[in-house]
Design a protein around this ligand. Structure first.
Ligand SMILES: [Zn+2]
Length: 144
């Protein structure tokens, strides 16, 4: 069964295509494909929880660059089959903290500092259902 998520950037605005790539699920990334969707952000803006969740862990999207972080959340209640990774963020919650859908989860970092101003500033959202990677697009309403 499919649940409805809240847009994590408040607007539902997605990264389109820019000279560095496209923001849709499955977009080309050289030798692999894009594993999530990219939400257009203003660096430092608030990022909201897409569903009620627990903060599961923090990590680093780049093994050779610890300046960027990811947050992994696991759904609670009716959302317990869902797990998501959100990348290029700044954090303040603790592991194990529980928050509701739409609550403040983290803030956006500035990924364009790594790739240049041709890239649309964004946070990356990746969704797993029962530990299997899925296209998250249709779980959100009002994406633009
Ligand atoms: Zn991405």
């Amino acid at each position: 069964m499919k649940h409805e998520f809240t847009s994590i950037n408040g607007t539902g605005l997605l990264r389109k295509c820019d000279p560095k790539g496209c923001g849709n699920f499955g977009a080309s990334r050289g030798n692999h494909t894009h594993r999530g969707i990219d939400f257009h952000v203003i660096p430092n803006q608030q990022i909201k929880a897409p569903f009620p969740c627990t903060v599961n862990r923090y990590g680093y999207p780049y093994s050779d660059d610890s300046s960027y972080k990811l947050i992994e959340i696991v759904g609670t209640g009716a959302y317990s089959n869902y797990r998501a990774k959100i990348m290029y963020i700044n954090t303040f919650l603790s592991i194990g903290d529980k928050i509701d859908k739409g609550d403040l989860l983290c803030t956006a970092d500035d990924i364009t500092q790594k790739y240049g101003s041709e890239m649309t500033p964004h946070v990356h959202f990746e969704l797993y259902v029962n530990n299997e990677l899925v296209n998250p697009t249709n779980y959100f309403k009002n994406l633009v």
